[in-house]
Design a protein around this ligand. Structure first.
Ligand SMILES: Cc1cc2nc3c(=O)[nH]c(=O)nc-3n(C[C@H](O)[C@H](O)[C@H](O)COP(=O)(O)OP(=O)(O)OC[C@H]3O[C@@H](n4cnc5c(N)ncnc54)[C@H](O)[C@@H]3O)c2cc1C
Length: 465
């Protein structure tokens, strides 16, 4: 698209209540920065919207003046989808209100809220929405791609708990999307990403959670990895509904509960979270000890603390790259591939994570949402390169790619989680992520609500060419 406006910033300032930041403003660098330190783009303007009317005005302004658009929620897109060179960023960061009704067990969440905003408001009533593992992630992008975390086995994906949304579409209209209104749009935004408009408000159902949960971690050294993971899979196969386990390849954190001599040492961990009785958590935790760890740790903790536990390890500014896939099981072949390649990583911050997806996740049928992936029991695998300095990044990207290639023979092959993709290269094109049937349906809905592909700074749904 060509950029045709003489002084667009001055003009846009007259149209919204929020402020508009341009390259001459002191706040410009802050306003264009995103979570992935590797992204350095220079938008024409960042429109910090205060409400839905602001969002409508910016969408209309951008299309009128043929400016590129990016929508910014929590700014955690690995690919930097929420900032665009020379275009307009619709920044929802100030639209972060969360309203909880404990009677109806519903939360109404503005489009720019972070998971931390959502958790603190819902936990005040002992309630929660299943979402992700890091509290500074945006509700917006996470939800629109699916949303998985500790509560997925118990309560499904974030989208499985979405009741309705308000969406500002490419024509600037605000529409309700729910099972009874614009049902096609409601289907598409549950997995189809930010392709269909700007969600100014989400409405979620809530689950009883905590406020205290049980956390445990067992850590094995590299040379015990293959044995530990083979054993962990038998424990994970028979997990009760109220316990979840994430398997991780990582460096032991420099935390007080880690003996000093083991801090920062690479290895494998089972992170065990129990939402039910202490006994049900302890049974899983104890079962994992059949292969004795280098150290372990278990404690009750508030759910909101669990949700912040990985915040620092995933701080803003790391130079990052990731790839993901689904695997059906921790097969011998997969474990061998992981344990052969994991030690080759360069950055102590880089990780490989296996999220367990079954239980409530598998009780929603695949056709009900646009989620990119099937619903049979599986693991979502994230191979994440996180570099504290830019010089490491290119080599770490190669490590991520080589690990992803090695996992390829073990993948389920019915999709790729779009929120776990940094780039949309030949290995993981967006169409393959959704599969031909869902992609064709998404494309029809895209043509209806965004025929000129205004919302394309994302995992874009677009006709070839
Ligand atoms: C540290 C970290 C931890 C993560 N952990 C998890 C996890 O545990 N589980 C999980 O499922 N995923 C996880 N993710 C992936 C995460 O879901 C995606 O990166 C997601 O896109 C982040 O959303 P955001 O709003 O923060 O990002 P943004 O960069 O702001 O947005 C991402 C995309 O969504 C669009 N978008 C955002 N908000 C809106 C809105 N309101 N309306 C329309 N479009 C919108 C943007 O335009 C962009 O295309 C993690 C990512 C990071 C970096």
């Amino acid at each position: 698209m060509s950029q045709t406006v003489e002084n667009p910033i001055a003009l846009l300032r007259t149209r919204i209540r929020g402020d508009v930041v341009g390259a001459d403003d002191d706040q410009y660098d802050d306003s264009r920065r995103v979570w992935n330190g590797n992204i350095d783009r220079r938008p024409l303007a960042v429109a910090r919207c205060l409400d839905e009317a602001d969002v409508q005005a910016v969408v209309r302004f951008a299309t009128e003046h043929r400016l590129e658009v990016a929508v910014r929620g929590g700014a955690h897109s690995m690919s930097g989808a929420s900032v665009v060179d020379d275009g307009v960023v619709i920044d929802l960061g100030r639209m972060n209100q969360v309203r909880v009704d404990p009677e109806t067990r519903r939360a109404v969440v503005s489009g720019g809220a972070l998971l931390g905003d959502l958790d603190s408001a819902t936990q005040a009533h002992g309630l929660a929405v299943p979402a992700g593992l890091v509290s500074h992630t945006g509700v917006g992008g996470l939800t629109l791609g699916g949303g998985m975390g500790w509560l997925t086995r118990l309560g499904g994906l974030t989208i499985d708990n979405l009741v309705s949304a308000r969406v500002v579409t490419a024509d600037g209209e605000a529409r309700v999307a729910s099972a009874s209104e614009n049902a096609d749009l409601f289907w598409a935004i549950r997995g189809g990403g930010g392709n269909f408009g700007v969600v100014t408000q989400f409405e979620f159902t809530l689950h009883d959670v905590g406020p205290l949960i049980h956390f445990g971690m067992v850590f094995w050294p590299l040379d015990q990895g293959a044995a530990a993971l083979r054993h962990a899979r038998t424990v994970i196969d028979t997990l009760p509904d109220d316990v979840n386990v994430v398997i991780a390849g990582l460096n032991a954190p420099p935390a007080p509960f880690v003996p000093t001599q083991h801090q920062l040492q690479p290895g494998y961990a089972a992170l065990v979270v129990g939402f039910g009785s202490a006994q049900s958590h302890a049974e899983v935790f104890d079962a994992l000890h059949a292969v004795p760890g280098l150290f372990d740790f278990t404690t009750p903790m508030p759910y909101v603390e669990l949700q912040k536990m990985l915040d620092e390890a995933n701080a803003w500014g790391f130079h990052s790259y990731d790839k993901g896939c689904y695997v059906e099981a921790l097969s011998d072949e997969l474990i061998d591939a992981v344990t052969a390649r994991f030690p080759e990583k360069i950055s102590p911050l880089s990780v490989v994570l296996f999220y367990r997806l079954d239980g409530a996740f598998s009780r929603t049928e695949e056709h009900v949402t646009a989620f990119s992936g099937g619903r049979s029991p599986r693991f979502a695998v994230f191979v994440i390169g996180l570099c504290p300095v830019p010089d490491m990044w290119a080599a770490e990207r190669e490590w991520v790619r080589s690990m992803a290639d090695a996992l390829q023979p073990s993948t389920v092959g019915d999709g790729v989680y779009v929120n776990g993709m940094t780039d949309f290269d030949a290995l993981n094109p967006v169409q393959a992520a959704y599969g031909p049937e869902k992609y064709a349906r998404l494309l029809d809905i895209k043509r209806k609500y965004d025929p000129h592909n205004v919302f394309r700074s994302n995992a874009t749904i677009a006709a070839a060419g």
